[in-house]
Design a binder for this molecule. Structure first.
Ligand code: PLP
Length: 511
């Protein structure tokens, strides 16, 4: 008998038993949950307010006459509703979360403890400067670490996500080109394997996209790149390691080619977890790069959690950096709020994600430079362990060693009738969040697995055993099993196309 990571049986007998529908819709001790509007009634409440006496409404004809329409629940009902919902959420605190390109690593509790210190947690961004000196110093110290780790002179701390950091970098590039009067430079080169946010950002900044194909080794095709170099090139947006999990070996030459035609080099730094302590992007000729503090530096993310995308800039782009930034003066730390000189302006209200700053600095300081380097090496080792262990049963997309994530194509499923999506659904039954699927687009039926450094060898071995068993089952011709998956999930296959095309965004009585 085999079990999934939550101890549930995954043998065929067990499946038939679970196929039986319960009267309640609950499964074992997992409760079915309706929307809060469906379980509440407007007449019920968790608190009793005395009836207002002697108050004259002053709203006149503007006063509400119909029901306010809020769900009404008692305190225990409210409690159960949210606890049940929380149990439906898969999280890195529950198990392996191998979602490639997302760096779902453990979020050390120390980070949380630091972020909850009242001196940080209770700050208000409009407090007088004299009362927030510690917070400003923390921002300056984190900036200093980021500059050291990336080998770059300047960092803009305010961007609130990776994609926002891309926008920051591309706005700085646009500002630099505008300052030179380089109106003809509007073409941005973007490799085919790029994250969708890259071309979107470039277009938002008024550039057009010119796509560069990948070569057989999953890297930028240098001949194609050379043929695209021209005077109208504004720059390149390159991810390194790229989204195939591979280091772009020609990166120095790429930087020279781009600089040679007067363009700027934007590097998508979402995969910095493979480089910290080993490679400094500044040494590679990069002009701008965002970091995802919520990926590399272990601040919680996913499911709407906050992000933070500090963006480092080279000397060439530093004058165009956005406000605000922290500066040391004789009388203490100051936040420079007004854009003068060449700064392209401001990207957010206030100064960025303070809570994420505290967590990221805690992570850096608790690891130290040796620990950060070790984390990088372990992340790369873990990915290569997964790639090597699975290469017999699954099909690695490219030869050779990978960086922090292992990429497979669906070649091993050919002729089985099982597709990448079916395979992923079967992983859910086994208690694993699926890997990233169908991305990058350059690989057919892509499966991108990023274990991160957080997983132990024992945990990786369990994951690998499950993946091998599923691959063997697919090849043995059991397509029906895969088409039926997930069987244990509270909801089985959802109509994802309809959900995307016709989303129901607002609850109404009649739906
Ligand atoms: C995650 C990611 C981004 C975008 O980061 P967000 O914080 O989600 O906006 C951009 N590029 C790559 C390669 C990524 O993995």
């Amino acid at each position: 008998m085999s079990m999934n990571t939550q101890g549930r049986q995954t043998t065929p007998e067990a499946i038939t038993a679970v196929e039986h529908k319960t009267v309640s819709g609950n499964r074992g001790l997992a409760q079915a949950e309706k929307l809060i509007f469906e379980i509440g009634t407007p007449r019920r409440s968790g608190v009793d307010f005395p009836k207002l006496k002697g108050v004259k409404p002053r709203l006149g004809t503007m006063a509400r006459t119909d029901e306010i329409g809020l769900p009404g629940l008692s305190e225990p009902e409210t409690m159960r509703h949210y606890v049940r919902l929380s149990q439906k959420n898969y999280a890195i605190d529950m198990g392996v979360y191998p979602l490639g390109s997302c760096t779902m690593k453990h979020n050390p509790r120390l980070n949380e403890k630091m972020a909850r210190l009242p001196g940080f947690a209770d700050l208000h961004p409009l407090q007088p400067r004299g009362t927030v000196q510690g917070a400003l110093e923390l921002m300056a110290e984190l900036s200093d670490w980021i500059c050291k780790l990336t080998g770059m002179p300047v960092v803009a701390m305010s961007p609130k996500a990776g994609a926002h950091g891309e926008l920051c970098g591309m706005m700085a590039i646009r500002a630099a080109l505008d300052a030179k009067g380089a109106d003809h430079k509007r073409r941005v080169l973007v490799p085919e394997s790029a994250h969708g946010t890259n071309p979107a950002t470039a277009v938002l900044c008024g550039f057009s996209i010119d796509s560069i194909p990948a070569n057989d080794a999953g890297r930028v095709d240098m001949a194609a790149l050379r043929s695209k170099i021209g005077d109208d090139v504004a720059g390149i947006m390159l991810t390194n390691p790229n989204t195939c999990g591979l280091f772009e070996n020609d990166i120095i030459e790429i930087a020279e080619l781009i600089h040679g035609c007067g363009g700027y080099f934007y590097c998508d730094g979402a995969n910095f977890n493979a480089l910290v302590g080993r490679v400094r992007p500044g040494d590679l000729g990069i002009d701008a790069m965002h970091l995802n503090l919520h990926k590399t530096f272990s601040t919680p993310h996913g499911g709407g959690g906050p992000g933070s995308g500090p963006t480092v800039l080279s000397d060439a782009l530093a004058p165009y950096a956005p406000v605000p930034y922290v500066e040391k003066h004789k009388d203490g730390w100051r936040l420079v709020e007004n854009a003068d000189g060449d700064s392209f302006g401001r990207m957010t209200a206030f100064h960025g994600q303070m809570g994420m700053f505290v967590r990221a600095l805690s992570y850096m300081l608790s690891h130290g430079s040796d620990g950060l380097k070790q984390a990088t090496e372990d992340a790369v080792l873990n990915a290569n362990y997964v790639q090597a262990s699975l290469s017999g049963e699954m099909s690695p997309a490219f030869g050779g060693i990978c960086m922090h994530e292992a990429l497979f194509s669906d070649a091993f499923l050919e002729g089985t009738g099982v597709e990448t999506l079916d395979f992923a659904k079967a992983m859910i039954d086994e208690g694993y969040h699926p890997m990233t699927m169908y991305f990058p687009l350059v690989v057919k039926g892509a499966m991108l697995i990023e274990p991160t450094e957080s997983e132990s060898k024992a945990e990786l071995d369990r994951f690998i055993d499950v993946m091998k068993a599923l691959a063997r089952r697919a090849k043995a011709g059991d397509a029906e099993f895969f088409k039926a998956a997930p069987i244990y999930a509270p909801l089985r296959r959802l109509d994802e196309t309809r959900a995307a095309r016709k989303p129901v965004l607002r609850w109404r009585d009649d739906n």
